[in-house]
Design a binder for this molecule. Structure first.
Ligand SMILES: [Zn+2]
Length: 342
């Protein structure tokens, strides 16, 4: 067991999560930031495992914990608090998912229905009828199935690829570089990667259809824009940022009839959006936006900065105990206490 899993277990079992709850108080807003809900250890999993947030079994256990400790609200209730001076229940929680993977519909939706929880899914709007992998899943697929034992890769040069560990190390190194370059250069580097690894990703539809999206919307799951094709906003021109924001919003409105004025930043770290992006959001009619800087936050902070609401990011290695301490705000406390930052 690694150190953070061990510490989380000790903290949770010794009542530390209760202490965190008291420390934060009831007037905090907790927004969960999920991606995929699927078992990435399963033999038929072929994509990029770090984008998985929980297995279906773990997700069910997490929702039970949420039901015992929080009051789940929907996006309308949050926006009524932000913009119409309405109040929130104690310990309000909003449950969100990014990207719009099919497993949200297949594995998360039945659990949400069982508990009667509303949620928000942020959709990459070009994916609903495009049965190809997004770039990170394509990296996941190509490095998983390449038969090369070494390759000259774009951006990172010659790499050994004989073992799963070497392939994973090379994949992560390449992906770190891919995130730093402009979108057009990224597409070019992806093509060079496919050639170097001598593999093409097959076409498998990993995302929901518009019919499934409409079914979710009819059952309390709001669907909101997450751009057309998931560029990092600071790696594209202002004009392209506005196009991504306006066209994904218009598409969502046409397909679902929702007002579609809430947004989640692709990648979501402070480096992935700028003051220019925030202005572009306002100019294209968005009122609310979510980052992946660690939450929760005092609810008042969301009123002051409704375009930068923090969330609790959930990762593929998180155990139930790590979930519990994250949701109770340990990461957010460490991040806000400057002398504790390494
Ligand atoms: Zn995303």
């Amino acid at each position: 067991m690694n150190k953070s899993k061990f510490l989380a277990e000790v903290l949770h079992k010794s009542g530390g999560t209760r202490g965190l709850d008291l420390l934060w108080g009831a007037n905090r807003l907790t927004v969960l930031g999920y991606h995929r809900i699927i078992d990435w250890h399963a033999p038929d999993f072929r994509d990029y495992e770090p984008v998985v947030s929980a297995s279906p079994e773990l997700f069910e256990r997490e929702m039970a914990y949420v039901g015992e400790n929080f009051n789940v609200i929907d996006l309308d209730a949050l926006q009524a608090y932000l913009f119409e001076n309405k109040s929130l229940p104690e310990r309000p929680m909003l449950i969100t998912f990014d990207d719009g993977y099919l497993d949200n519909y297949q594995n998360a939706f039945p659990v949400l229905k069982k508990y009667g929880f509303p949620a928000v899914i942020f959709l990459v709007t070009s994916r609903m009828e495009n049965p190809t992998r997004l770039w990170w899943d394509e990296c996941g697929y190509c490095f998983r199935f390449t038969e090369k034992t070494s390759a000259m890769l774009p951006l990172i040069g010659e790499q050994e690829l004989s073992t799963p560990e070497e392939r994973k190390r090379a994949r992560e190194q390449l992906m770190r570089q891919l995130k730093l370059i402009p979108e057009e250069a990224k597409q070019e580097a992806m093509q060079q990667m496919r050639e170097a690894l001598d593999i093409e990703s097959d076409s498998e539809c990993l995302f929901m259809s518009w019919d499934q999206v409409r079914e979710l919307v009819a059952n309390g799951v709001s669907c909101q824009p997450h751009t057309i094709n998931h560029p990092i906003m600071t790696r594209i021109s202002l004009e392209e940022q506005k196009r991504q924001l306006a066209e994904s919003r218009a598409r969502l409105r046409d397909e679902t009839g929702l007002k579609a004025d809430a947004f989640a930043f692709p990648n979501g770290s402070p480096a992935d959006y700028s003051a220019e992006t925030l202005q572009a959001l306002r100019d294209t009619g968005y009122t609310t936006a979510f980052t992946l800087s660690p939450g929760p936050i005092p609810s008042e902070e969301a009123r002051r900065y409704p375009l930068q609401i923090r969330r609790v990011y959930l990762g593929h290695k998180d155990t139930f105990e790590i979930f519990a301490v994250k949701v109770m705000g340990l990461e957010a406390i460490l991040e806000r206490t400057p002398y504790l930052q390494g």
